[in-house]
Design a protein around this ligand. Structure first.
Ligand code: 5GP
Length: 212
């Protein structure tokens, strides 16, 4: 299920769009986006923005494909040099979007997908109001969310799992601030819905994104 909250008229036609996907830790946003990026119709139209982060690499994550893993000193250097367009601090770690890659994409007309927290989503909406489409991924329930976080964060301390759950509760209260809300009850259906939203915003809704 999804809800559309706003239209996106009068955007810069030749510039790329920024699809900002947010949702609590464990909502499935990264998996959903991964599925959408693999669909035939979107593979060539949409690229993923790779953030920098100071948190450590989880098993299965790849440098330069999931994140650029950097030290806090390197993050401070990039920030001081004004190379970070937006950033957040999440559970003690820094995460940020690099300015040059994003602006290059926008100018060349390429569409970008970004997995950011609410602070990042609202900041990009403020910076590029006509080019930013925000989508909130809602988990089926808090119970399911806790299960997913605990399952995924097996290398993480129990206190961090609890902190992620508490943050998720706060984030869920803000879903109305997004252009669209997609409930992730079923991965295949939610991915198809997310793909349809992206295609519709790109102006190519004739072809439905199939995410089987
Ligand atoms: P995780 O540690 O689970 O990969 O990410 C923690 C949170 O940080 C998630 O909500 C994720 O979407 C967000 N995040 C990742 N990269 C960025 C970024 O560059 N900027 C912002 N604002 N949030 C980010």
């Amino acid at each position: 299920m999804s809800v559309q909250k706003a239209g996106h008229k009068n955007r810069h036609k030749k510039q790329g769009l920024l699809f900002v996907i947010s949702g609590p830790s464990g909502s499935g946003k990264t998996t959903l986006l991964g599925k959408v990026l693999l669909t035939k119709v979107l593979r060539r139209k949409l690229a993923k923005s790779i953030s920098v982060t100071t948190r450590s690499q989880r098993s299965g994550e790849r440098e330069g494909q999931d994140y650029f893993f950097i030290s806090p000193a390197e993050f401070r250097r990039l920030h001081k040099a004004k190379k970070i367009l937006e950033w957040t601090r999440y559970l003690g770690y820094y995460y940020g979007t690099k300015k040059d890659a994003l602006e290059k994409s926008l100018a060349s007309g390429r569409h970008l997908a970004l997995c950011l927290d609410m602070r990042g989503a609202l900041r990009l909406k403020r910076l590029y109001p006509k080019n930013t489409v925000t989508v909130f991924i809602e988990p089926p329930s808090l119970k399911e969310l806790r299960k997913r976080i605990a399952g995924r964060c097996c290398q993480t301390k129990p206190e961090e799992i609890e902190r992620r759950v508490r943050l998720a509760q706060a984030e869920l209260k803000n879903s109305r601030r997004y252009d669209y809300v997609v409930k992730n009850n079923n991965l295949t259906q939610a991915a198809a819905r997310l793909g349809d939203i992206i295609l519709k915003e790109i102006g190519d809704f004739k072809t439905t994104a199939r995410c089987n």
